[in-house]
Ligand binder design. Structure first.
Ligand SMILES: [Zn+2]
Length: 290
Protein backbone atom coordinates (compact mmCIF):
# COMPACT_ATOMS: atom_id res chain seq x y z
CA UNK A 1 0.00 0.00 0.00
CA UNK A 2 1.20 3.49 -0.82
CA UNK A 3 -0.23 6.85 0.21
CA UNK A 4 -0.41 9.56 -2.44
CA UNK A 5 -0.20 13.06 -0.98
CA UNK A 6 -1.79 15.73 -3.13
CA UNK A 7 -1.67 18.68 -0.73
CA UNK A 8 0.60 19.48 2.22
CA UNK A 9 -2.27 20.68 4.42
CA UNK A 10 -3.08 18.50 7.40
CA UNK A 11 -6.61 18.82 8.75
CA UNK A 12 -6.18 16.54 11.76
CA UNK A 13 -3.31 18.28 13.58
CA UNK A 14 -2.52 21.80 14.75
CA UNK A 15 0.85 23.52 15.15
CA UNK A 16 2.00 24.89 18.52
CA UNK A 17 4.81 27.47 18.48
CA UNK A 18 6.55 27.74 21.85
CA UNK A 19 8.71 30.65 22.95
CA UNK A 20 10.78 30.87 26.16
CA UNK A 21 11.39 28.41 28.97
CA UNK A 22 11.67 30.86 31.86
CA UNK A 23 9.88 30.99 35.18
CA UNK A 24 7.79 34.00 34.20
CA UNK A 25 4.09 33.88 33.46
CA UNK A 26 2.72 31.35 30.98
CA UNK A 27 0.55 32.74 28.20
CA UNK A 28 -1.42 30.99 25.46
CA UNK A 29 -2.47 32.90 22.36
CA UNK A 30 -4.89 31.14 20.03
CA UNK A 31 -6.49 31.96 16.68
CA UNK A 32 -8.54 30.19 14.04
CA UNK A 33 -10.89 28.38 16.40
CA UNK A 34 -13.32 29.65 13.79
CA UNK A 35 -11.65 28.61 10.54
CA UNK A 36 -12.64 31.56 8.36
CA UNK A 37 -11.46 34.24 10.80
CA UNK A 38 -8.28 35.04 8.94
CA UNK A 39 -7.51 38.50 10.39
CA UNK A 40 -7.06 36.63 13.68
CA UNK A 41 -4.89 33.98 12.03
CA UNK A 42 -2.80 36.63 10.26
CA UNK A 43 -2.30 38.45 13.59
CA UNK A 44 -0.96 35.22 15.10
CA UNK A 45 1.51 34.78 12.24
CA UNK A 46 2.68 38.41 12.59
CA UNK A 47 3.20 37.74 16.30
CA UNK A 48 5.14 34.55 15.57
CA UNK A 49 7.59 36.59 13.47
CA UNK A 50 7.83 39.36 16.09
CA UNK A 51 8.44 36.91 18.96
CA UNK A 52 11.31 35.32 17.06
CA UNK A 53 13.22 38.58 17.55
CA UNK A 54 12.45 38.95 21.28
CA UNK A 55 13.84 37.61 24.55
CA UNK A 56 10.98 35.74 26.23
CA UNK A 57 11.15 35.69 30.03
CA UNK A 58 8.15 33.49 30.67
CA UNK A 59 6.55 30.99 28.33
CA UNK A 60 4.34 31.66 25.33
CA UNK A 61 2.36 29.09 23.39
CA UNK A 62 1.08 30.42 20.10
CA UNK A 63 -1.45 28.40 18.09
CA UNK A 64 -2.35 30.31 14.90
CA UNK A 65 -4.77 27.77 13.36
CA UNK A 66 -6.64 25.91 16.09
CA UNK A 67 -9.23 24.41 13.73
CA UNK A 68 -7.32 23.37 10.60
CA UNK A 69 -10.21 21.56 8.90
CA UNK A 70 -12.47 24.61 9.20
CA UNK A 71 -9.56 26.80 8.08
CA UNK A 72 -9.02 24.65 4.97
CA UNK A 73 -12.77 24.68 4.36
CA UNK A 74 -12.82 28.44 4.97
CA UNK A 75 -15.79 28.04 7.28
CA UNK A 76 -16.70 28.90 10.85
CA UNK A 77 -17.80 25.37 11.66
CA UNK A 78 -16.02 22.06 11.21
CA UNK A 79 -16.70 20.32 7.88
CA UNK A 80 -16.43 16.99 9.74
CA UNK A 81 -19.42 17.28 12.04
CA UNK A 82 -20.85 20.77 11.55
CA UNK A 83 -20.08 21.80 15.15
CA UNK A 84 -18.98 25.25 16.25
CA UNK A 85 -15.68 24.59 18.06
CA UNK A 86 -16.17 27.66 20.23
CA UNK A 87 -19.29 26.15 21.76
CA UNK A 88 -17.60 22.79 22.39
CA UNK A 89 -15.03 23.39 25.17
CA UNK A 90 -13.76 21.60 27.17
CA UNK A 91 -14.57 18.99 24.53
CA UNK A 92 -14.22 15.24 24.85
CA UNK A 93 -11.51 12.77 23.84
CA UNK A 94 -14.26 10.28 22.94
CA UNK A 95 -16.50 12.73 21.08
CA UNK A 96 -16.97 13.75 17.47
CA UNK A 97 -13.99 15.31 15.62
CA UNK A 98 -14.74 18.84 16.90
CA UNK A 99 -15.17 17.57 20.46
CA UNK A 100 -11.82 15.76 20.21
CA UNK A 101 -10.15 18.85 18.75
CA UNK A 102 -11.63 21.11 21.44
CA UNK A 103 -10.38 18.69 24.08
CA UNK A 104 -6.89 18.62 22.54
CA UNK A 105 -6.74 22.44 22.57
CA UNK A 106 -8.19 22.50 26.09
CA UNK A 107 -5.39 20.18 27.31
CA UNK A 108 -2.79 22.22 25.44
CA UNK A 109 -3.85 25.45 27.19
CA UNK A 110 -4.17 24.14 30.78
CA UNK A 111 -0.72 25.36 31.83
CA UNK A 112 -1.39 28.99 30.81
CA UNK A 113 -2.23 31.61 33.43
CA UNK A 114 -3.32 34.01 30.71
CA UNK A 115 -5.19 33.21 27.49
CA UNK A 116 -5.95 35.51 24.57
CA UNK A 117 -8.22 33.97 21.93
CA UNK A 118 -8.26 35.90 18.66
CA UNK A 119 -11.49 36.07 16.63
CA UNK A 120 -13.14 38.08 13.85
CA UNK A 121 -16.54 39.75 13.83
CA UNK A 122 -16.93 40.07 10.05
CA UNK A 123 -15.99 42.66 7.43
CA UNK A 124 -18.70 44.94 8.87
CA UNK A 125 -17.15 44.71 12.36
CA UNK A 126 -14.51 46.59 14.36
CA UNK A 127 -11.70 45.83 16.81
CA UNK A 128 -12.58 45.37 20.47
CA UNK A 129 -11.64 43.35 23.53
CA UNK A 130 -14.43 41.05 24.71
CA UNK A 131 -14.26 39.99 28.35
CA UNK A 132 -16.39 38.97 31.31
CA UNK A 133 -14.97 41.90 33.27
CA UNK A 134 -18.11 42.21 35.44
CA UNK A 135 -17.80 38.62 36.72
CA UNK A 136 -13.98 38.69 36.87
CA UNK A 137 -12.89 42.25 37.81
CA UNK A 138 -9.17 41.38 37.40
CA UNK A 139 -9.82 41.31 33.67
CA UNK A 140 -10.42 45.07 33.66
CA UNK A 141 -6.76 45.80 34.34
CA UNK A 142 -5.70 43.23 31.75
CA UNK A 143 -7.98 44.79 29.13
CA UNK A 144 -6.41 48.15 29.92
CA UNK A 145 -2.98 46.59 29.50
CA UNK A 146 -3.93 45.29 26.06
CA UNK A 147 -4.91 48.87 25.32
CA UNK A 148 -7.46 48.30 22.55
CA UNK A 149 -9.68 51.38 23.10
CA UNK A 150 -13.03 49.52 23.16
CA UNK A 151 -13.72 46.83 25.81
CA UNK A 152 -17.11 45.09 25.65
CA UNK A 153 -18.72 42.91 28.31
CA UNK A 154 -19.22 39.37 27.03
CA UNK A 155 -22.59 37.67 27.20
CA UNK A 156 -20.66 34.71 28.65
CA UNK A 157 -22.02 31.94 26.42
CA UNK A 158 -20.84 28.56 27.73
CA UNK A 159 -18.57 26.27 25.74
CA UNK A 160 -16.21 29.00 24.57
CA UNK A 161 -12.49 28.61 25.28
CA UNK A 162 -12.33 31.91 27.19
CA UNK A 163 -15.53 31.46 29.24
CA UNK A 164 -14.68 27.89 30.25
CA UNK A 165 -11.07 28.88 31.04
CA UNK A 166 -12.27 31.72 33.29
CA UNK A 167 -14.43 29.20 35.18
CA UNK A 168 -11.30 27.23 36.14
CA UNK A 169 -9.35 30.31 37.23
CA UNK A 170 -7.43 31.34 34.12
CA UNK A 171 -7.44 34.96 33.00
CA UNK A 172 -8.87 34.59 29.53
CA UNK A 173 -10.38 37.04 27.08
CA UNK A 174 -11.09 37.48 23.39
CA UNK A 175 -9.97 40.10 20.91
CA UNK A 176 -12.47 40.56 18.08
CA UNK A 177 -11.10 41.90 14.81
CA UNK A 178 -12.71 43.15 11.59
CA UNK A 179 -12.59 40.67 8.72
CA UNK A 180 -13.19 36.94 8.53
CA UNK A 181 -16.73 36.44 7.33
CA UNK A 182 -17.46 36.31 4.45
CA UNK A 183 -14.80 34.28 2.70
CA UNK A 184 -11.94 34.69 5.18
CA UNK A 185 -11.11 38.33 4.43
CA UNK A 186 -8.08 39.84 6.19
CA UNK A 187 -7.92 43.40 7.52
CA UNK A 188 -4.14 43.83 7.42
CA UNK A 189 -4.04 47.11 9.34
CA UNK A 190 -6.20 45.70 12.15
CA UNK A 191 -3.93 42.64 12.35
CA UNK A 192 -0.81 44.81 12.59
CA UNK A 193 -2.34 46.97 15.33
CA UNK A 194 -3.48 43.89 17.25
CA UNK A 195 0.00 42.36 17.03
CA UNK A 196 1.44 45.58 18.55
CA UNK A 197 -1.21 45.46 21.30
CA UNK A 198 -0.31 41.84 22.10
CA UNK A 199 3.39 42.69 22.36
CA UNK A 200 2.47 45.50 24.77
CA UNK A 201 0.35 43.06 26.78
CA UNK A 202 3.19 40.51 26.96
CA UNK A 203 5.48 43.28 28.23
CA UNK A 204 2.90 44.25 30.85
CA UNK A 205 2.72 40.61 32.00
CA UNK A 206 6.51 40.48 32.26
CA UNK A 207 6.84 37.85 29.54
CA UNK A 208 8.73 40.22 27.26
CA UNK A 209 11.25 42.88 28.19
CA UNK A 210 10.33 46.52 28.02
CA UNK A 211 7.76 48.79 29.59
CA UNK A 212 4.25 49.70 28.59
CA UNK A 213 1.89 52.39 29.77
CA UNK A 214 -1.68 51.37 30.59
CA UNK A 215 -3.86 52.82 27.83
CA UNK A 216 -7.04 54.80 28.05
CA UNK A 217 -9.81 52.33 27.29
CA UNK A 218 -13.59 52.64 27.57
CA UNK A 219 -15.77 49.88 29.02
CA UNK A 220 -19.07 49.03 27.36
CA UNK A 221 -21.94 46.71 28.31
CA UNK A 222 -23.26 43.74 26.37
CA UNK A 223 -23.94 44.19 22.67
CA UNK A 224 -27.51 44.93 21.62
CA UNK A 225 -28.50 43.96 18.08
CA UNK A 226 -30.65 46.31 16.04
CA UNK A 227 -32.58 44.06 13.66
CA UNK A 228 -34.70 44.89 10.64
CA UNK A 229 -38.39 44.83 11.69
CA UNK A 230 -39.49 43.67 8.22
CA UNK A 231 -37.80 43.25 4.84
CA UNK A 232 -36.36 46.49 3.49
CA UNK A 233 -33.41 48.54 2.27
CA UNK A 234 -30.83 49.56 4.88
CA UNK A 235 -28.61 52.52 4.02
CA UNK A 236 -25.91 52.98 6.69
CA UNK A 237 -24.38 56.33 7.54
CA UNK A 238 -22.33 55.34 10.60
CA UNK A 239 -19.15 53.24 10.42
CA UNK A 240 -17.93 50.28 12.50
CA UNK A 241 -16.10 51.29 15.69
CA UNK A 242 -17.75 54.72 15.78
CA UNK A 243 -18.89 56.13 19.13
CA UNK A 244 -22.52 57.21 19.15
CA UNK A 245 -24.84 59.34 21.26
CA UNK A 246 -28.45 58.34 22.06
CA UNK A 247 -30.67 59.42 19.17
CA UNK A 248 -27.78 59.88 16.75
CA UNK A 249 -28.56 59.11 13.11
CA UNK A 250 -26.95 55.79 12.09
CA UNK A 251 -28.64 55.34 8.72
CA UNK A 252 -32.06 54.75 7.25
CA UNK A 253 -34.31 51.75 6.81
CA UNK A 254 -36.95 52.04 4.10
CA UNK A 255 -36.63 55.83 4.39
CA UNK A 256 -37.14 55.84 8.18
CA UNK A 257 -34.20 57.08 10.30
CA UNK A 258 -32.35 54.42 12.33
CA UNK A 259 -30.99 56.07 15.46
CA UNK A 260 -28.69 54.98 18.28
CA UNK A 261 -30.72 53.56 21.21
CA UNK A 262 -28.20 54.86 23.77
CA UNK A 263 -24.73 56.34 24.16
CA UNK A 264 -22.27 53.67 23.11
CA UNK A 265 -20.09 52.22 20.41
CA UNK A 266 -21.13 50.66 17.11
CA UNK A 267 -19.34 47.32 17.08
CA UNK A 268 -20.83 46.24 13.73
CA UNK A 269 -22.90 47.96 11.06
CA UNK A 270 -24.22 46.38 7.88
CA UNK A 271 -23.18 47.64 4.48
CA UNK A 272 -25.94 48.78 2.10
CA UNK A 273 -28.29 45.89 1.49
CA UNK A 274 -31.82 44.63 1.58
CA UNK A 275 -32.26 43.17 5.04
CA UNK A 276 -34.81 40.50 5.84
CA UNK A 277 -36.90 40.62 9.01
CA UNK A 278 -34.74 39.89 12.06
CA UNK A 279 -31.43 40.44 10.27
CA UNK A 280 -28.85 42.65 11.91
CA UNK A 281 -28.56 46.23 10.69
CA UNK A 282 -26.21 47.27 13.49
CA UNK A 283 -24.82 46.04 16.80
CA UNK A 284 -24.33 48.66 19.53
CA UNK A 285 -22.77 48.28 22.98
CA UNK A 286 -23.89 50.75 25.66
CA UNK A 287 -21.42 53.04 27.38
CA UNK A 288 -20.93 52.04 31.02
CA UNK A 289 -21.38 54.79 33.56
CA UNK A 290 -19.85 53.93 36.92
ZN1 LIG B 1 -14.84 33.60 16.13
Amino acid sequence: MREVHFEQTSVTSFSVYEFGTGDGPAVAITAGVHGDEQTAIHTAFLLRKALGEQTVLGRIKLIPICNPAAYRNRSRRSPFDGLDMNRSFPGSAQGSPTMQLANALWQETRDAQYIVDLHCCGVEGSTYTLAQYEEYPDLRELAEAIGIPVVIQSGGTSGQLFTESCKVGQKALIIELPGGQPGGMIDVEAAEQCCEALIGYLRYLGVLQGKTQPQEVTFYGKIVTMAAPHPGLFLPEATPGMRCKAGEYLGSFEGTPVTAPFDGVISTISKVRYCFAGERMAAVAPHKTE
